[in-house]
Every structure is written in structure tokens, then in C-alpha cells.
Ligand binder design. Structure first.
Ligand code: ADP
Ligand code: MG
Length: 211
């Protein structure tokens, strides 16, 4: 049976599961960033998610939003590089938008992704089509708004599909931001590494809510 909503400690456990999934996926992320960037994204995400595990494991949080803020703070302070600041912004801004409630439903998921994505775009300057993680985040946030009244497990299934489709769509884009920019048309045919990370995180959230 899937979960229609999560408690605060379930939100924590969901993000611990996402951290494990990213750590496990380090070789995939390394390969993706090696193709288009400098190859450090896998190791950076592994370091960030190791810090997330230290910040979350065995801890109690006063609200669902504060769990995501802690995820963002841990990533921002441990990773460095473009993606440390960007994932930090995503989860810290998104977590604040989730608010101080003790239930995490599809409505809070929509708030997390919308505010987090908007702040990533405002601060980083990337727009849809620039071949960055924004190309997985925007479809995920749009889908989350559409399914905000569904049970969380069903909403996350739809949102994970949208994030994966965004990751796939990034293969057909020419990079205009970050390190991949210098490749121009040679950036075609491969997915953006940050978009791969986003799709892995959302898929892990989906799997947690589905169980
Ligand atoms: P660095 O580029 O410093 O080596 P990483 O390799 O960890 O950092 O992360 C690269 C990823 O960061 C890219 O695949 C892309 O998704 C994301 N990225 C880079 N710049 C931006 C930006 N301005 N806005 C959104 N995402 C970005
Ligand atoms: Mg890199």
C-alpha cells in the first residue's frame, strides 16, 4: 500500500533513502559529468549526500519543511561547485515553502518543487532549454502543481515520470550554461548530469512513498 501523506520522520527517512540512492549512483553521475563537464559531479553529490545522512540520521525535526532545509544546508556546506549552491538553494528555499506543518502531502510537494525551482532559476540564471538540472526540475514542478490534490504516492509517481522525461529531453539540448557551454553542439546526445541527479532523487522519493 502506498502512502497518501508522510509524517515528519517519514520525510526524514525518505530523504535518507534518496541520499543512499545518490551515493550508489556515483559512477553514473561521474560518467554523465565526464561527458559534458569536468567529471566531479558524482563525487560532489556523494559527498553532499554523505553530509545529508549525518545531518538527518537519528534526528528529530520540528516540521517537514525543516527536514528539507537541513538537506539543503548539508549539501550547500559540503559540496562546493555549481551544484552545491544550486541543490542547497533548491532544498533550503523549497523547504521554507513547505512550511511548519507536520504532514507532507502532494500539496507540500508542489510547494517544495515550485519555490525551490523558481529560486534556482532566479539565482543561477538558467532557463528551461539551457541543458541544466532546471530541465528536470521545471517539468517536475509543473506536474506537481497539476497533481497537488492526489495522494502523495500517486503524485510522486507522476512527478518522477516528469523528471525522467525532462532528463531525457536534456539529451537533445545544446548547453548554454555551466561548463558544458564550451562544447556547443557537441553537447547533444547526452543528458545533463544535474538533471540525472534530480531524476534519481525524485525516483527515490517515489519509491519510498510507494512502499
Ligand atoms: P561544476 O559545474 O562546478 O563542476 P557539478 O559538476 O557538481 O558542478 O554540477 C554540474 C551541474 O550543475 C550541471 O550538470 C547542471 O545541471 C548544474 N548547473 C550548473 N550551472 C547551473 C545553473 N546556473 N543553474 C542550474 N543548474 C546549473
Ligand atoms: Mg562538474
Amino acid at each position: 500500500m502506498g502512502k497518501a501523506s508522510l509524517t515528519i520522520s517519514e520525510v526524514r527517512d525518505m530523504m535518507l533513502a534518496a541520499a543512499d540512492k545518490i551515493i550508489e549512483s556515483e559512477p553514473i553521475l561521474t560518467d554523465a559529468d565526464r561527458a559534458l563537464g569536468d567529471g566531479d559531479h558524482g563525487v560532489g553529490m556523494e559527498r553532499g549526500m554523505t553530509a545529508v545522512k549525518e545531518a538527518l540520521a537519528g534526528k528529530d525535526f520540528p516540521s517537514a519543511g525543516k527536514v528539507f532545509v537541513a538537506v539543503g544546508t548539508a549539501m550547500m556546506s559540503s559540496m562546493g561547485g555549481a551544484s552545491g549552491a544550486i541543490f542547497g538553494t533548491l532544498f533550503r528555499s523549497g523547504g521554507k515553502a513547505v512550511g511548519e506543518g507536520d504532514a507532507f502531502t502532494a500539496k507540500e510537494l508542489a510547494a517544495l518543487l515550485r519555490e525551490g525551482t523558481d529560486q534556482v532559476m532566479a539565482r543561477g540564471g538558467a532557463k528551461p532549454g539551457d541543458k541544466t538540472m532546471v530541465d528536470a526540475l521545471v517539468p517536475a514542478a509543473d506536474k506537481a502543481a497539476e497533481v497537488a490534490t492526489l495522494p502523495l504516492d500517486e503524485a510522486l509517481a507522476a512527478v518522477a515520470e516528469a523528471a525522467a522525461a525532462g532528463r531525457d529531453a536534456s539529451e537533445g539540448m545544446i548547453a548554454t550554461m555551466g561548463r558544458a557551454k564550451t562544447l556547443g553542439e557537441n553537447s547533444l546526445g547526452k543528458p545533463d548530469a544535474g538533471a540525472v541527479s534530480v531524476s534519481i532523487i525524485v525516483a527515490a522519493m517515489r519509491d519510498y512513498a510507494a512502499a
